[in-house]
Structures are given as C-alpha cells and as structure tokens.
Design a binder for this molecule. Sequence first.
Ligand code: C2E
Ligand code: CA
Ligand code: CA
Ligand code: CA
Length: 282
Amino acid sequence: MYKAKELDRNNFHFFSHDMNIKVMERMMLENSMRKALERDEFFLVYQPQVDARSGRITGVEALLRWNHPDMGLLTPDRFIYLAEETGFIVPLGEWVLMTACRQNRAWQKLGFPPLRVAVNLSGKQFGQHRLDEMISAILLETGLEPEWLELEITESAIMRNADQNIAILRSLKEKGISLAIDDFGTGYSSLSYLKHFPITRLKIDKTFVQDITTNPDDAAIAEIIIAMAQTLKLNVIAEGVETRAQMEFLSTHTCFEMQGYLFSRPLTTDKFVYLLRDGISY
Ligand code: C2E
Ligand code: CA
Ligand code: CA
Ligand code: CA
C-alpha cells in the first residue's frame, strides 16, 4: 500500500518535471526565435534533386536549420511548429525564400547550369497578406527568373482553405513558378481535388520510399502515384531514396527524379558548390 502510494508520488513528480522541461524549452525557443533572425542564427542547407538516368542535378531543396546559441544545431521538427503557432513563420518563411532565391542566382552567376530551387511553404504563409506579391518582389530583387523557383506545399496546407489557396497558387503558377505537392500520399486529397490544383509536380513521401522494395503496399502506392502523375501530366519526384534497390525500383517504374542520402545529404553552400563543380557519384 505504502509502496504504491510512493510510486504514484514519484510518477507525478517525474511527469511534472517532464512538463516543466517542455514548457521551459518552449518559452526559451519562443523568446530566442525573435532575436535569431537578426543574429543570423538561421541558415539553409541544400539537397540535390537528381535525374537518376544521367546523374544530372536538376534541382535543389532548401532546408532550414537553426544554430541555437545554447541548444546547438536544431532541425525544423524542433521549432517549425512553434514558428507556425506564433506567426513567426511569416517573417521566417520570407527570409527562407529570399535566401534560397539569392543563393540560386549566385550559383547561376558563377556559371553553373541553372537549376530549380525548391522552397517549403507552410500553410500559415498562405494566410499572409499578398503572398504572391511578396514572392514577386523577392524574384525581382534577387534577379531570379520564376522558372527556377519551385514551392513545395502539402495537400493539407492547401485543403485548409482550398478555394482561397487554389486562387493564390494559380496566380503563382501564372507568373511561371513551379508548384509541387510535398509528402504526397500522406494527406487525404481526393483525385477530383487534385485535378483542380494548379500544380506541376508530385513528390512521393519518403515513408513510402523507405520500404518500397520490401512492402508490397508501399510499392503499390508508389506505383499509383507515378501513374497518377503521368495521367495528370505532372512531374514526379521521390524523396528519401537511400539505397540502390530503391533507386532501381523507382527507375523501373519510370520515376527518374530522386532526392535522398543515396545521392547526397543536405549540404551547406560551401559544400554544395563542390557537388555542382564535380558532379554526383552514387
Ligand atoms: P520535407 O519537406 O519532407 O523534407 C524532407 C526531409 O527528409 C528533410 O528533413 C531531409 O533532410 C530529410 N531527408 C532527405 N533525404 C533523406 C533520406 O534519404 N532519408 C531520410 N530518412 N531523410 C531524408 P529536415 O531537413 O529535417 O526537414 C524536415 C521538415 O521540416 C521538412 O520535411 C519540411 O516539412 C520542414 N521544413 C524544412 N525547411 C523548411 C522551411 O524552410 N520552411 C518550412 N515551412 N518548413 C521547412
Ligand atoms: Ca519538402
Ligand atoms: Ca516528406
Ligand atoms: Ca513535410
């Protein structure tokens, strides 16, 4: 009896201790986030998108990192949700777009063949005042042609306010910007909706690619997504490709554009430029 009671008390103690850590981490991140932009603590890493037939780099995804003064290097899963909740994602997302476009233009100026830069867009950024004008202004300021910018958006972000968001996407597409559906297959968009999305690409989520050679369900889903893209005349890319077997499965099923550790991890700009110079071996 006594023992059980003590156990309970200890459990409660642990529980509230955990809670305090969560609450404290949250407060700490929230406060430091505001200053982090001015202090240059955010940076982007770049992961190549490859045509597996030729090994040619066709594009690059910009991925956000935070070099936190106390907590060290943070990946987006630690702080993006907080940025979305607090609205900080609006200035942060604008910084990401500006930085990625400027970087892509800088590679062009160095004489490398032009590539698409893919930037992740949070659903919250759609609610932002004149998102399309903000993006146009960034293209103008950086001198990047719209055809070299791709925005990656999830189905659920579009569906949250479908009519309004589809109108915004249409205006972006009319400017010549490419639009990819990210994490495709993990959301709930119906085929009839997909037909109305003014998009140019489907991105097969890495959760399907992971077991593509061992799990018949995942293999079937990937095949269906590839077929769907072909029917709707969309480009298709697979993310999270780690093994040759996954690459071969995808190639056999006519998905040739890929991204993943097999080709390269996301790299800082100084390392990425070597990839551009020397090409990719895998
Ligand atoms: P995502 O858009 O689905 O990005 C793919 C994630 O998979 C990245 O994680 C990437 O580093 C990782 N990855 C790449 N290749 C492989 C592979 O072969 N195997 C495995 N297991 N993983 C691989 P990361 O960089 O931690 O980003 C996580 C998520 O954070 C992204 O998922 C995206 O939703 C979000 N995110 C990243 N940058 C931004 C940003 O600038 N803005 C917004 N709103 N979200 C971002
Ligand atoms: Ca993405
Ligand atoms: Ca994904
Ligand atoms: Ca995602």
